[in-house]
Ligand binder design. Structure first.
Ligand code: ZN
Length: 409
């Protein structure tokens, strides 16, 4: 058995664990050190640190404290790593804990986090997904079953001070253009609920004041939420500080491209078995600014799709110029309308798009004024025939089962 270098106890608060942190800052001490070539295990909390429960009440999603997220395991120091190197990470395996074989998907309230379709689904809702080996099903979303494409939503190395300052400056500049927007344009440093690993006292407070939030993906990777960065993949991360400082978390049992529900994918606690090595001076040698990776040799085999098109004309009929986000939103809304004809609620359909291995493609970005995006819905995950026909859609569900909802107080 590989050694487990970072352990978590799901019955204990992540704030008591010094090998966990929830901000990016170069002063966070390494949780442990390894040699290039070592392989080892790392355990993680789910991204909210256990705030969401396996029950039939969405109040926990409505009331989630987003200042706490994401709880990451690390940083792991790699001996000999220096700025300009590439840290090579082989994800050898990922799994759920035997005593926690479930995950959650939810929609945040528009007033507390929001999501890609928050104007259409403004209230908190959730679905619980049970894991049976490599497959998952939900008591809240009947009629679908699929194999997990399990991956860390969030993984990357510590920034140096210069990079951290650049992140904070550019994100504040954006946020200042509409500081009262709900949901906000960016998540700026926030000392409340900041967990800076083993840092204590004044050093902790100083780092918390400027520690970057873990929400966006950035140059170092971070919260990229790429479903194909799954077990079996090999990733090359830019290194900015001595020792690299690799951290990871936000494990997903499965996710659709875009992680559109934001609370998001099928979120789980679990473990990773990884191997690290170094490519000295690799950033300059290969012209690397953001991470690159090679995907796993294994993936769930769903190769038949029903594909929904969307263009950059929004719900009100307004024309947008080559706007891929608008186009993908339309493709998603089109898929939801279609699934509703088989008896799904809109929420259940939205949850399927966020959790199942659906593909999102940027299909065209030059045919002015419309961008075209496509959403690829795998047909084999459904227990019924999804294809259109002359007899019309057969109602598979009678509406008696839906996802729990919690309206704002
Ligand atoms: Zn996640």
């Amino acid at each position: 058995m590989p050694e487990t270098l970072i352990k978590v106890d799901l019955d204990e608060s992540p704030f008591t664990n010094e090998k966990i942190h929830n901000r990016w800052h170069p002063d966070i001490p390494m949780a442990c050190w390894v040699e290039p070539g070592d392989d080892f295990r790392v355990e993680t909390y789910d991204w909210t640190g256990g705030q969401i429960k396996n029950d039939d009440d969405a109040a926990d999603v409505r009331d989630v404290d987003l200042n706490q997220v994401h709880f990451l395991s690390g940083p792991i120091g790699v001996k000999g790593a220096e700025p300009g190197d590439l840290l090579v990470v082989d994800i050898l395996d990922i799994g759920a804990f035997d005593n926690s074989l479930w995950g959650f998907n939810g929609f945040f309230s528009l007033n507390n986090g929001g999501g890609f379709l928050d104007q259409h689904f403004p209230s908190a809702q959730k679905s619980i997904w049970d894991f049976k080996g490599m497959f998952t099903q939900s008591r809240h979303v009947p009629g679908v079953k699929y194999a997990g494409l399990i991956h860390p939503g969030l993984i990357g190395c510590l920034p140096d001070h210069k990079m951290l300052e650049m992140w904070n400056t550019r994100e504040k500049k954006l946020n200042d253009t509409d500081p009262n927007r709900v949901p906000s344009l960016a998540k700026l440093p926030e000392t409340a609920a900041a967990h800076m690993g083993a840092l204590k006292g004044d050093a902790r407070d100083a780092a918390a004041a400027t520690g970057a939030r873990t929400v966006p993906p950035r140059e170092h990777g971070g919260n990229c939420d790429i479903k194909d960065l799954s077990r079996g993949s090999k990733i090359y991360f830019p290194v900015y500080v001595d020792g690299a400082g690799l951290s990871m978390g936000d494990l997903h049992f499965s996710q659709g491209d875009g992680e559109i529900t934001f609370c998001g994918a099928i979120e789980m606690a679990g473990w990773l078995h990884i191997k690290v090595s170094l490519l000295k001076g690799g950033m300059a040698k290969y012209g690397i600014k953001n991470p690159i990776f090679r995907p796993s040799p294994m993936a769930p085999k769903y190769d038949d799709y029903l594909i929904f098109e969307g263009i950059s004309v929004d719900e009100s009929g307004t024309q947008h110029y080559l706007d891929v986000t608008t186009a993908y939103r339309q493709a998603c809304l089109n898929a939801i309308e279609y699934l509703k004809k088989f008896g799904y609620s809109g929420a259940q359909a939205y949850s399927i798009l966020g959790t199942a291995p659906v593909q999102g493609h940027v299909s065209g970005v030059v045919d002015i004024p419309n961008a075209c995006a496509t959403l690829w819905l795998p047909t084999d995950i459904f227990e019924f025939d999804l294809m259109p026909g002359n007899d019309g859609p057969k109602k598979y569900l009678d509406g008696s089962i839906d996802m729990p909802i919690a309206h704002d107080l």
